[in-house]
Write a protein that binds this ligand. Structure first.
Ligand code: FES
Ligand SMILES: [Fe+2]
Length: 435
């Protein structure tokens, strides 16, 4: 970098026990390094198979700074292609989603098959001597991996100390299963729509927030009634979780645990709710459908809540209470896009899917009751960090007070502490080191 201030050693100085330097949220140079090193190398969530059900179906997104296409090839396989014509670099697909039997560049008409192979160059007699179309196929993500329909990619080849897909996904498989198994057909679909919005803050603020139980009684004070109980966020519940007791955080809320499972991944345990009294026409109909599909005993296991939110570091969270996948896209050091996809349980009665989506509209749409509080906090955090009075951001809650988790090599602690934020910064530093 220009002044050498972001070499590995100086980056390491920004992440100290229990605190991080405000530059990790505010410095555009560090942001560009994150795009190159962290988003340029880590495994990243790209999309779900249900978003591209038929050959030629595609979605477009960015992995860090790299525009990509997730597309279903004519043979049924899913590919992650770089969205960049190999002629003069034009972005091939500008739409967020659609279907193309072939990808035709709008500039000079170079035409690619859905696996990225260059199929046709107009006026081919004008090509340079020795020009071969096979040398101009679209670039593909260096590595891809899928788990239960979720597609992940890394833009860096294997090696260099980077985890394989299996190593990276292994600690979070159970958390993905936790949601997908709720579908009577054993699969989910992200075909309901998306809530998409931006906030004026650094991407890590959202990534830290999804596993933060500390803020809830304060940020979301408007969501609890006089008894300190939140509104019902789950189909079949008369009311939500007890969050506040008098002036204090409720004891049941403090019992929630955060689990650090490596690679920056983390998850928080469930919100304590009255499982026994859960009932509504849509819920009961769904229960019957799940019982019929997997048997009563297995259905009981599946519906016993275990997790609240799971963060697949660095760009996707899976939420168990208001079921959704949240994809976090950094746009600038102080600008982030959030994409919230409602989950449709395949094989479940329509009523429960409609109810789940409606509840998500109430909690995680741009103008909803829960997420809008968080977005406001992020924007204010970014504004506050512009101050140079005090360079450090405190993340020391529960420092050195964590315990072994329920799986080997994992750690856990109350999720009102900051164990998982510190774990994210460990992964951050590991990925930000020089290649
Ligand atoms: S830039 Fe795509 S065909 Fe020329
Ligand atoms: Fe929140």
């Amino acid at each position: 970098m220009p002044d050498g201030s972001t070499d590995t050693r100086s980056l390491a100085a920004l992440v100290q026990p229990g605190r991080v330097h405000r530059r990790v949220y505010t410095d555009p140079e560090i942001f560009e390094l994150e795009m190159a090193r962290l988003f340029g190398r880590s495994w990243l969530y790209v999309g779900h198979a249900s978003q591209v059900p038929s050959p030629g179906d595609f979605i477009t997104t960015e992995l860090g700074r790299q525009p990509v296409i997730l597309i279903r090839h004519q043979d049924g396989t899913i590919r992650v292609l770089l969205n960049r014509c190999t002629h003069r670099g034009v972005k091939l697909l500008a739409e967020r989603s659609g279907n193309r039997p072939r990808l035709v560049c709008l500039y000079h008409g170079w035409t690619y098959d859905t696996d990225g192979a260059l199929a046709r160059v107009p006026i081919d007699e004008g090509c340079a001597p020795g020009f071969r179309t096979c040398d101009f196929n679209l670039a593909t993500a260096a590595r891809t991996g899928t788990y239960r329909g979720f597609v992940f990619a890394s833009l860096a080849p294997e090696g260099g100390g980077l985890p394989t897909f299996d190593e990276w996904i292994a600690p979070m498989r159970r958390n993905i299963d936790d949601i997908v198994d709720r579908a009577p057909a054993g699969e989910i679909a992200l075909d309901v729509g998306v809530h998409r919005y931006r906030f004026r803050g650094n991407w890590k603020m959202q990534v830290e927030n999804v596993i933060d139980s500390y803020h809830v009684p304060f940020s979301h004070a408007s969501t609890v009634n006089r008894k300190g109980v939140q509104f019902s966020r789950r189909e079949g519940d008369a009311e939500g979780a007890k969050v506040v007791d008098g002036q204090r955080t409720a004891a049941s809320w403090k019992r929630r645990r955060g689990h650090d499972v490596g690679h920056g991944h983390g998850w928080t345990s469930n919100t304590e709710l009255d499982e026994g009294s859960r009932s509504s026409p849509a819920w009961n109909e769904y229960r019957q459908a799940l019982d019929a599909a997997v048997g009563r005993e297995r259905a009981e296991q599946i519906l016993t809540p275990r997790m609240h939110n799971s963060m697949l570091y660095p760009n996707a969270s899976f939420m168990g209470l208001n079921m959704h996948i949240r994809v976090i896209r950094p746009l600038a050091v102080d600008l982030t896009e959030v994409n919230v996809y409602p989950i449709r349980l395949v094989g479940a009665p329509e009523a429960i899917n409609v109810r789940n989506t409606r509840l998500l509209n109430v909690t995680h749409a741009a103008a909803s009751f829960v997420q809008s509080d968080d977005i406001e906090a992020f924007a204010r955090q970014q504004a506050g960090l512009a101050s140079r009075q005090g360079d450090w951001v405190d993340i020391s809650r529960g420092l050195d007070a964590d315990e072994p988790g329920d799986e080997p090599g994992t750690r856990c602690a109350p999720s009102t502490g900051e164990l998982l934020v510190r774990a994210q910064f460990r992964a951050w530093l590991d990925l930000m080191r020089e290649a």
